[in-house]
Design a protein around this ligand. Structure first.
Ligand SMILES: Nc1nc2c(c(=O)[nH]1)N[C@H]1C(S)=C(S)[C@@H](COP(=O)(O)O)O[C@H]1N2
Ligand SMILES: [Mo]
Length: 193
């Protein structure tokens, strides 16, 4: 097929047009860097301000409702075991602990049909003793939704968590362990308006 040029551009127009387009790009991107920075692979997080201290007690809160749980309290609750790949160490890890669903149930939010929409607009702020905090959607912690439970782990490969404290949040399916809060000290549950 023959490409038909509708009219002949005067030879001077093309360089001028190129110059103009360069000027627009330069205005968008001071310093010659692209205006939209490419997503960076590393680093993904900032170091928390407070030192790491072993977690020994877990506080769960939803508005006025608050519970403090000891390792023995959690060990007495129904537990689940999850096998995950730690994207950081590239190893397979087996954690046992209490599903977040059980904590939500304790706070009056069991996964039932009448609660489904509330759970869809509920989030958790999980905090470590060092002040490291992450957000998790309540819905994505539930086994009926993601086929595996997010848990408050008590043991790793059958042994206590050692340096990771008494409790560690483990979210199976995360390809990086950034949300696996070590030395977990609190889970604050919030329902958006
Ligand atoms: N309390 C707490 N938990 C945390 C962190 C942290 O700084 N504090 N770092 C996270 C990050 S960024 C990673 S990669 C994982 C893995 O930790 P590791 O260095 O023990 O493998 O822990 C996550 N959990
Ligand atoms: Mo990390």
């Amino acid at each position: 097929m023959k490409f038909q040029v509708p009219f002949r551009l005067p030879h001077a127009i093309l360089p001028i047009a190129l110059l103009l387009s360069t000027a627009v790009v330069a205005q968008d991107a001071p310093g010659g860097k692209p205006a939209m920075a490419a997503p960076q692979a590393e680093p993904m997080h900032m170091a928390p301000a407070k030192p790491k201290v072993r977690s020994t007690i877990l506080t769960i809160t939803l508005g006025e409702k608050a519970f403090t749980l000891t390792p023995a309290d959690l060990a007495a609750m129904p537990r689940e075991t999850v096998t995950v790949t730690n994207g950081h160490t590239k190893t397979t890890e087996t954690y046992t602990g209490v599903p977040i669903a059980a904590l939500l149930e304790k706070l009056g939010l069991p996964f039932t049909r009448p609660n489904e929409h509330t759970l869809l607009k509920t989030y958790l702020v999980a905090e470590g003793t060092d002040g490291y905090r992450v957000l998790v959607s309540a819905y994505e912690t539930l086994a009926p939704i993601r086929s595996t439970s997010a848990i408050v782990a008590l043991t790793l490969d059958g042994k206590p968590l050692a340096a990771d404290g008494a409790f560690k949040l483990v979210i199976p399916g995360d390809t990086r362990p950034q949300r696996w809060v070590q030395n977990l000290k609190s889970v604050t549950v919030k329902v958006i308006d």
